[in-house]
Design a protein around this ligand. Sequence first.
Ligand code: SF4
Ligand code: F3S
Length: 106
Amino acid sequence: TFVVTENCIKCKYTDCVEVCPVDCFHEGPNFLVIDPEECIDCTLCEPECPVQAIYPEDDLPADQRQFLELNEELSREWPVITEMKPAPDDAKEWEDVPGKIKHLER
Ligand code: SF4
Ligand code: F3S
């Protein structure tokens, strides 16, 4: 499966959702996740993210491993998103800010 990681938090550009052939992105208040049961590893979403927040499970950086479980868990709770929407007004300011996990709303 592919995994959405920390850098998506508070950026949430949603470019990724438009290319997914199996609609496996789910949307929370300030973060998106991929449903690992639905993802077919097509790789299309990875290059779409402007902040490189999407990784294949096998290439997850060590400090992002926890996002594997978070994607699984939150995809069961959050609704599917298939259409791009405007990013938060302050998305740019949050790009590559470390430690954003503490701002994850759920
Ligand atoms: Fe969807 Fe393909 Fe990305 Fe998986 S790898 S989330 S199937 S676009
Ligand atoms: Fe998040 Fe990147 Fe998609 S910021 S919403 S993973 S395009």
